[in-house]
Design a protein around this ligand. Structure first.
Ligand SMILES: NC(=O)c1ccc[n+]([C@@H]2O[C@H](COP(=O)([O-])OP(=O)(O)OC[C@H]3O[C@@H](n4cnc5c(N)ncnc54)[C@H](O)[C@@H]3O)[C@@H](O)[C@H]2O)c1
Length: 307
């Protein structure tokens, strides 16, 4: 029997990646670099065909071992990708029906003990996996973009996930050089995106209510607590300044900040008007192609320095 969830993730594993887009190719790269054999598949043939050259370009840019690309095999079908996998990670589009369908196909072909993971950004893992027969071997593994530069992987357990599956998955990612954290309740957005979008909700609200413009929101964060965030989490910070001061601040500020349950009407209007951000040249702000390229370079350069 291939890859039981009870084995430690020490020996080279057979990893299958479903979806070879932005996240999938980067996840494949991380596992190949860690010495695992990776099989990757994608429904879009040109995307699949370009995986090896994309990974190779990343490895060259990062000064990593380019020969790792030889451990990645392209599979034209999902069945071929997963049939002998120890661990399957799905990085297909953020669509519940599609993800359910893909895991039903995986379950029909993969060994009964293969651990099954979804890289969904915010969909509860239970929603994706509830129709499976063997749900104890299913987890969420939420990576961050780019997967080879941002360390965190949130490992989300459902009410059905076995301890062995959780231990195996945490270990596999830790040994691949990632920073896995165990998310104990399967809530929408897990931990990282709940925190991130609590901040974004207030950011949109500040602009919506004319308190400042979009550029000012971003400047305030980047020139203040954003500078500290990579080395000082909010609860460390609360302890640093004192929980009594934190309480006093919350008594004044929390009643005043945004608390509506749904998306901002301001954001809905942007989308309705086709102001979709960089891809349409304008979102909260206008973006020339040069400004877009400069921003993307700035982010990657910063993340590379932090490695
Ligand atoms: N982009 C991010 O920053 C980010 C971060 C964390 C998690 N995620 C999540 O990861 C998943 C993938 O996101 P992405 O940004 O890589 O998207 P993407 O669009 O770049 O890649 C998705 C890939 O899946 C392929 N695909 C579509 N249908 C398929 C099928 N039936 N079988 C196999 N492949 C199929 C597409 O051709 C595409 O190449 C989503 O659930 C997303 O929410 C994204």
């Amino acid at each position: 029997m291939s890859g039981t969830a009870r084995e430690p993730a020490q020996r080279p594993m057979r990893i299958a990646v479903i979806g070879a887009g932005l996240m999938g190719h980067g996840i494949a790269q991380v596992f190949a670099l860690a010495g695992h054999g990776v099989t990757i598949t994608d429904a879009h043939a040109p995307t699949l065909a370009s995986v090896l050259s994309r990974v190779e370009a990343n490895l060259i840019d990062l000064g990593e071992d380019v020969s790792a690309v030889k451990r990645i095999r392209l599979a034209e079908t999902l069945a071929d990708a997963v049939r002998d996998a120890d661990f399957v990670v799905e990085a297909a589009p953020e669509n519940l029906a599609l993800k359910r369908k893909l895991f039903a196909e995986v379950e029909a072909v993969a060994p009964a003990t293969t651990v099954l993971a979804s890289n969904t950004s915010v969909i509860p893992i239970s929603e994706i996996m509830r129709t499976l027969t063997r749900r104890e071997r299913a987890v969420g593994t939420h990576w961050w973009n780019p997967p080879f530069l941002v360390p965190l992987v949130e490992v989300i357990g459902t009410e059905w996930t076995s301890d062995a599956t959780m231990t195996f998955t945490m270990d596999l990612h830790a040994r691949a050089g990632k920073t896995p954290v165990h998310v104990k309740k399967d809530v929408p957005g897990f931990v990282g995106n709940r925190l991130q979008h609590a901040l974004w909700r207030e950011a949109v609200s500040l602009v919506e209510h004319g308190i400042c413009d979009a550029e000012t929101v971003d400047t305030v964060i980047k020139a203040s607590f954003g500078r500290r965030l990579a080395v000082l989490g909010p609860l460390e910070n609360a302890d640093l300044v004192g929980t009594d001061l934190t309480l006093a601040i919350h008594q004044t500020v929390l009643p005043a900040i945004e608390s509506r349950p749904g998306p901002s009407p301001y954001l809905e209007t942007l989308v309705k008007e086709g102001r979709l951000g960089m891809k349409s040249g304008e979102g909260f702000r206008r973006w020339t192609p040069e400004e877009q390229a400069a921003l993307k370079k700035r982010v990657v350069d910063h993340l590379k320095k932090q490695r």
